[in-house]
Design a protein around this ligand. Structure first.
Ligand SMILES: N[C@@H](CCC(=O)N[C@@H](CS)C(=O)NCC(=O)O)C(=O)O
Length: 246
C-alpha cells in the first residue's frame, strides 16, 4: 500500500496529500513525531530528514512535495498537475519553487516564532494526529526539541521580521498575477495553484478546531490579509478543487 509519511499539520505535507487526492491515488498516511521522524527517514533511505516522503507500492521512496507531484504526474497521466506545454510547465514549476520558499518557509518560520514559546500551543500542533506516546514523550523532550527547531529553522526576531516582509511580497505577487485570471498559470488548475493554496491554507482557511489555538500574533496576520484578493481565492480554490479531490 502506498504510504505518505508526514506531519499532519505541515503545509508541505498538505501539498502532497492534495496531489494524491487529486490523482485519486489509493494511499494511507503515517503521522510522525517531529524529532523521531529522522530515524524513519533514515530507514526509508532518503537523502534529507524532511517530510513528506511517499513510499510507493513499488518500494520507491520519494521525498519532498515537488518530487512527489512529479512522480504522481508520471504515474497517473490523466489530469496532469504539470501542463503539457513546456513553457507553461516551466512557469508552473517556477511558481511552485518560489512559493515553497517565499510562502512555505516564511509562513512556517513566522508560525513557529509565535507558537514555540507557548508550550501548550506548540504541542497542540506538533502532536496533532500523531501516535499516542507523543504526549508523554514530549512532556520530557519538548524543551530540547524546541531548541532544535529554533536552530533548524533559524527562528529569531530578525528572521521573523524578514519572513513577514517576504511573505507580504509573495502574496502581493500572487494578488497581481490573479488580477485578470482564475489560475496562476495558463487557464487551468496546476501545481502552481495547488502549491499556493496548500501553503497558504493555515493563513487563509484555518482548520476550525485550530482557529482559537493559533497564537494571537498569527491570528492578527490572518486578519491583516483577510481583505486581500489571494485570501478569498485560496478559499474558493479549496472549495472548488480540493473538495472535488476528496
Ligand atoms: N522542500 C520540502 C520541504 C519539506 C519540509 O520542510 N518539511 C518540514 C515539515 S514542514 C520537515 O520535515 N522538517 C523537519 C526536517 O527537515 O527534518 C518539500 O517541499 O517537501
Amino acid at each position: 500500500m502506498t504510504t505518505l509519511y508526514q506531519f499532519s499539520f505541515s503545509h508541505f505535507c498538505e501539498k502532497a496529500r492534495w496531489a494524491l487526492d487529486y490523482k485519486g491515488a489509493n494511499y494511507t498516511t503515517k503521522n510522525l513525531l517531529p524529532g523521531l521522524h529522522v530515524r524513519v527517514c533514515e530507514k526509508l533511505a532518503v537523502a534529507k530528514t524532511c517530510v513528506p516522503v511517499l513510499l510507493d507500492d513499488d518500494g520507491s521512496a520519494i521525498q519532498e512535495s515537488a518530487a512527489i507531484i512529479d512522480h504522481l504526474d508520471a504515474k497517473h497521466a490523466a489530469d496532469p498537475l504539470t501542463p503539457h506545454d513546456p513553457d507553461l510547465a516551466k512557469e508552473a514549476r517556477e511558481w511552485e519553487a518560489y512559493l515553497d520558499k517565499e510562502v512555505g518557509v516564511t509562513l512556517r518560520a513566522l508560525f513557529y516564532y509565535h507558537a514555540l514559546p507557548i508550550r501548550r500551543t506548540a504541542l497542540t500542533f506538533l502532536l496533532h494526529e500523531g501516535p499516542w506516546y507523543g504526549r508523554p514523550l514530549f512532556a520530557l523532550i519538548f524543551p530540547k526539541l524546541r531548541n532544535a527547531m529554533i536552530e533548524l529553522m533559524d527562528i529569531n526576531e530578525s528572521t521573523a521580521k524578514d519572513s513577514e516582509r517576504r511573505l507580504s511580497d509573495a502574496v502581493t505577487r500572487v494578488n497581481d498575477q490573479l488580477k485578470d485570471r482564475v489560475f496562476l498559470v495558463g487557464d487551468r488548475f496546476t501545481r502552481a495553484d495547488l502549491a499556493a493554496c496548500a501553503l497558504l491554507e493555515h493563513l487563509c482557511k484555518p482548520i476550525e478546531k485550530f482557529e482559537k489555538v493559533f497564537p494571537e500574533p498569527f491570528r492578527a496576520l490572518q486578519e491583516q490579509y483577510r481583505d486581500q484578493p489571494f485570501f478569498n481565492w485560496v478559499n474558493t480554490v479549496y472549495r472548488e478543487q480540493r473538495q472535488k479531490s476528496l
